[in-house]
Design a protein around this ligand. Structure first.
Ligand code: FE
Length: 208
């Protein structure tokens, strides 16, 4: 398996020429006062937490609603995801893994930070951190507990190691409380972390 692909700019240990240039530009522009690093952080947060993962949430909500789509997603995730208009820029192969009452799936990239950008946007900082990358494999239950997720001992945890070629999307279990909801409302329950496997679907916060 090769692992030669664009790495995220936060991973300073192994920057490509382009990334080095971006980092240099960001530093110079900040120092000269042309850009506000805080504003940039807000922008990155938007793509990490808000806009990016909404694509994946729509995929999951569709799979929850439509058994034929769910089947297609499990058999050929790249095509099923592309049918909703989400196509990768790096030509990576998507694989959907489904949580069940006996199996919980969790995704990591042990070597660097391979991430399903097409459906989840930018990876969170912890996903790229050395502790997550090593502990997710060695003690996934401990990592889940750090994220506030406790699963029954009877539920097996399966950890999937992403590569430049294969990116995984977790299809979380649909919460029983959502039985009456339609697709749009369902998507609001699908959090980014539930699609990485470090979280579970959560009721959306009620707007004041
Ligand atoms: Fe990687």
């Amino acid at each position: 398996m090769t692992h030669d692909h664009d790495h995220n700019a936060d991973d300073h240990s192994n920057l490509s020429e382009t990334e080095t240039r971006v980092l240099a530009l960001k530093t110079v522009l900040s120092q000269k006062g042309h850009i506000d690093p805080d504003a940039l952080d807000v922008l990155i947060d938007t793509y990490q937490n808000k806009i990016g993962p909404r694509n994946g949430a729509r995929v999951v909500a569709r799979a929850w609603m439509d058994p034929a789509y769910r089947q297609w997603l499990l058999e050929d995730a790249t095509a099923a995801i592309a049918s909703l208009g989400y196509t990768g820029r790096q030509g990576e192969h998507m694989v959907a893994v489904e949580n069940t009452s006996s199996v919980h799936n969790m995704v990591v990239c042990t070597l660097c930070s391979c991430y399903p950008v097409t459906v989840l946007g930018l990876p969170p900082v912890w996903y790229k951190s050395a502790p997550y990358r090593s502990r997710a494999v060695k003690e996934p239950r401990g990592v889940l507990s750090d994220f506030g997720v406790t699963l029954l001992e009877s539920i097996a945890i399966r950890v999937w190691d992403s590569t430049a070629e294969i990116r995984y999307l977790v299809i979380p279990l649909r919460p029983a409380e959502t039985i009456h909801l339609q697709e749009d409302e369902l998507a609001a329950w699908v959090t980014r972390d539930s699609m990485i496997g470090t979280g579970l679907p959560t009721a959306p916060a009620v707007k004041p």
